[in-house]
Design a protein. Structure first.
Length: 328
């Protein structure tokens, strides 16, 4: 039975996951860097935290499943996209383990890993994927050997937009759950609705939220209107992608997939289109090593191996640049 160890370090999370080729999770350990209150992630500080945590997270993952590193068959790591300082920590550890223990190395695209763990966990087959996280917002579907991007953000990711608004409002991080909670008691105020074809833009909405707050609009009303606006935008472009591809499944992945209101909107839309909506389990919506390990299994079993000389980080590695050799 093939076993893969995956290392995740693209941003705030340093994770190590171990999984077998049947999709059985053997270990899932992670430590999360938490920036100072009121500030965003600081790449250098996050990387330093990853370095400090890497040995203990690796040790805990192996001990939790009773395996030795010699019993691991493949080493996978998040090669990109992400913050260079953070990516470098995971890549360096993966190269060290690969060379010292003579294990095949697999460089994994972080975005693709989110998709594949979502498909494994939900059992969906050929969905339109809504990938919404702190660093990415993309509408994706598999077509002719690649995951094609049908629409994406033109500026910041939706998860980042939630955090920017939360910091402005003085809420604790992560901002998404706090905004969702306040939104339950809010009323509608007008905000810009910015869909450009299949692409989205969030910065103008944030600017208007600030203006509204400075004019005395209640925090709850801003949160409610922000949530309803940005999720409506996301649902609209997802529906358009469903119509274009004629697929019958939608899969929500990434940290923002945990939002209950987003799930509600997507379920309503899918029901109207006679499609089914799947959502990755909350524990695997955020960054984790298990998704890297599972993608490593898929890639290795389809003949992919990353040579050491090709294992340098790829901070801007796009979803649609990856050859998906494991889907026939």
């Amino acid at each position: 039975m093939m076993i893969c160890l995956g290392i995740e370090s693209t941003a705030h999370t340093f994770g190590v996951g171990i999984i077998d080729e049947n999709g059985k999770i053997l270990a899932d350990e992670r430590e999360v860097y938490k920036p100072p209150k009121g500030s965003g992630i600081h790449p250098r500080e996050a990387a330093e935290e990853h370095i400090k945590n890497s040995k203990i997270v690796l040790k805990n993952s192996l001990e939790s499943c009773g395996l030795k590193i010699e019993e691991i068959d493949v080493i996978a790591f998040s090669q990109g996209p992400g913050l260079p300082n953070c990516l470098q920590v995971g890549a360096s550890l993966a190269r060290y383990l690969s060379l010292k223990y003579k294990k095949p190395l697999i460089g994994v695209n972080h975005c693709i890993a989110h998709i594949e763990i979502g498909k494994l966990m939900t059992g969906c087959g050929d969905p339109v994927i809504v990938y919404c996280s702190g660093g990415n917002t993309q509408i994706i579907a598999y077509v002719k050997g690649k995951y094609r991007i049908f629409g994406e953000t033109e500026d910041i990711a939706i998860g980042n937009a939630f955090d920017v608004l939360a910091r402005y409002l003085g809420l604790e991080m992560p901002g998404g759950p706090k905004i969702d909670e306040l939104a339950k008691n809010g009323k509608w105020v007008e905000l810009p609705y910015v869909v450009k074809g299949m692409d989205l833009s969030f910065t103008g909405i944030l600017t208007e939220c600030r203006r509204k707050r400075e004019k005395g609009v209640k925090m709850e009303d801003i949160c409610y209107s922000f949530v309803e606006t940005v999720f409506s935008m996301l649902t609209e472009v997802t529906e358009r992608a469903l119509a274009h591809t004629d697929k019958k499944e939608v899969l929500l992945v990434g940290g923002v997939a945990a939002s209950q209101r987003l799930k509600e909107m997507m379920n309503i839309m899918c029901k109207e289109r006679e499609a089914k909506c799947y959502v990755v389990p909350r524990r695997y919506s955020g960054d984790n090593g298990v998704m890297i390990a599972w993608n490593g299994i898929l890639a290795f079993n389809s003949g992919q191996i990353t040579r050491i000389k090709d294992s340098t980080i790829r901070k801007d590695w796009r979803t649609d640049e990856v050859e998906i050799s494991w889907i026939k």
